[in-house]
Design a protein around this ligand. Structure first.
Ligand SMILES: Cc1ncc(COP(=O)(O)O)c(C=O)c1O
Ligand SMILES: N[C@@H](CCOP(=O)(O)O)C(=O)O
Length: 462
């Protein structure tokens, strides 16, 4: 299995190389050269299998010869051993034909754990074998950072630097990033919003001297392994509702487009997904683009679903690559136009995107009202991101096809928003009960590439 860049001008890599490389050297994102498919019988055979077994069967074809079957099974087993729920990703019925896929039973209470716990194990196995060290940088609107720090804390072969927007993550998210005592992890509070953090991370990858000097690696969803790990729960949930004999729909609260892109990959692999619905909060650039074809960032507006306060959606590039028939030059051109302010997709590409995705947006009021209503009608307390998903999903229900909405975080990560909506403050689970008593360690930095690179150089263990 080879991996190619969405901009067409970077070397082809193996799975292991793509995983350790992060951003391609032409600025693009790695995608598999071919997408393997599963037959109807192979999908049907996933029914009633443990999550780890499904993960092995879905991801194995993408891994190539990076790991033996036994090694890969061991990696998967260790990755999911710390999840609180036996089925890892349980389905809960919200109403007729509408289900919630709870993806928040991992150690940091967000869907990011599914991929990050796996990547931690993959990096450890690969770096132990090679004896190399890497420096991981990541940008976060709150959840990727905490999941990455949890997955890599204390690992000898990596230093981790996470950039988060100052004052724009919830207090629980901030403390998850700032309280771990391990000296190989560093939380950097950056003046600006998430898009600034993500832009600085990409700048570091495009600064080849720095990149090579510190041996940069990335664990944002620019890393293909992140997307791959997220494909698995589309299969487990769809099969639980009768796939491949029955079609299903998914609605995905969307920011950086990694999670819903995993759903797109699941469909390409043969899962009968009837509708893939992009759900955005008031930062609705993806909904606007899928409706009009124009991708014009307008500046981030802080919301009660802060992890989705994103205007420059990294993985949208991967789906543009598909909508433009894998024409890397066309994608590179669009990305140049984005740097200059925005772009308009061609009519043909827009039609392809609209065939692939439906979309909708939820306002702040609608999000709060959905949290309140679902608690009353279904006894389910949603986090604000999941509430955005549920609200948008309700506009796309079809009596003949079950809809699965992804619940991407635990309500306790956003207690203020949930309390404002319901009057009840969700409590943290026992393993995080003392989070507010722990000491914080955080470095305040400006949105300045040179300052951030200097801090990283000074703080990596050589
Ligand atoms: C809780 C939560 N929900 C939804 C999203 C959106 O996921 P994606 O960026 O993969 O679109 C994020 C982060 O981006 C998140 O942290
Ligand atoms: N919502 C994310 C934003 C980064 O997304 P990623 O999937 O590219 O890592 C976060 O919580 O940080």
């Amino acid at each position: 299995m080879k991996y190619i860049s969405t901009r067409g001008r970077a070397p082809e890599l193996t799975f292991e190389e793509a995983m350790l490389t992060g951003l391609a050297r032409d600025g693009g994102l790695y995608v598999p050269a071919d997408i393997p498919t599963l037959s109807g019988d192979e999908i049907a055979a996933l029914a009633n299998q443990p999550y780890e077994e499904v993960a092995f069967r879905i991801m194995r074809p993408f891994i190539g010869d990076t790991f033996s079957d036994d090694e890969f099974r061991g990696i998967i087993a260790r990755a999911y051993a710390g999840f609180e729920h036996a089925s890892r990703a349980p389905l809960v019925q919200l109403g007729p034909g509408h289900f919630l896929l709870e993806l928040f039973h991992g150690p940091t209470l967000a869907f990011k754990d599914f991929a990050m716990q796996l990547i931690g194990q993959l990096f450890e196995a690969s770096l132990t074998r090679s004896g190399d060290r890497v420096t991981i940088v990541g940008a976060t609107s709150g959840d990727t950072g905490s999941a990455a720090i949890e997955a890599f804390r204390g690992l000898d072969a990596v230093d981790v630097f996470i950039l988060f927007p100052h004052g724009r993550v919830s207090e629980v998210q901030r403390r998850q990033m700032t309280t771990p005592a391990e000296t190989n992890v560093h939380a950097l509070s950056v003046t600006g919003h998430f898009d600034d953090c993500q832009a600085r991370v990409k700048d570091m990858f495009n600064d080849f001297a720095f990149r090579d000097e510190v041996r940069l690696a990335g664990v944002n969803s620019i890393n293909w392994a992140r997307v791959l790990a997220q494909v698995v729960y589309y299969f487990t949930s769809a099969v639980a509702l009768g796939a491949p004999h029955r079609k299903v729909g998914f609605t995905v609260p969307t920011g950086n487009f990694g999670d819903i892109f995993a759903g797109y990959i699941a469909r390409r692999m043969g899962l009968p997904i009837d509708r893939l619905v992009v759900a955005t909060n008031q930062n609705d650039i993806l909904h606007r683009c899928l409706t009009t074809g124009r991708y014009l960032p307008e500046g981030v507006i802080p919301s009660i679903s802060p992890s989705m306060d994103i205007q420059v959606s990294s993985n949208f590039e991967r789906v543009l690559f598909e909508a433009y028939d894998r024409d890397g030059a066309a994608v590179a051109q669009l990305m140049d136009e984005l740097k200059a302010g925005g772009f308009t997709v061609s009519q043909g590409a827009l039609e392809r995107l609209q065939d692939l995705f439906l979309s909708g947006r939820a306002s702040e009021e609608e999000t709060g009202a959905t949290i309140r209503r679902l608690r009353e009608t279904a006894g389910e307390t949603l986090c604000p991101h999941s509430a955005v998903g549920v609200k948008v999903a309700e506009e796309h229900l079809d009596p003949g096809v079950p809809m699965i909405t992804l619940a991407t975080a635990h309500p306790a990560k956003f207690p203020d928003a949930v309390e404002a909506a319901t009057g009840a403050r969700p409590g943290l689970p026992p393993h995080m009960a003392d989070l507010f008593d722990r000491d914080e360690r955080v470095t305040r930095v400006e949105n300045d590439l040179a300052e951030i690179e200097h801090f990283i150089r000074e703080n990596i263990a050589n």
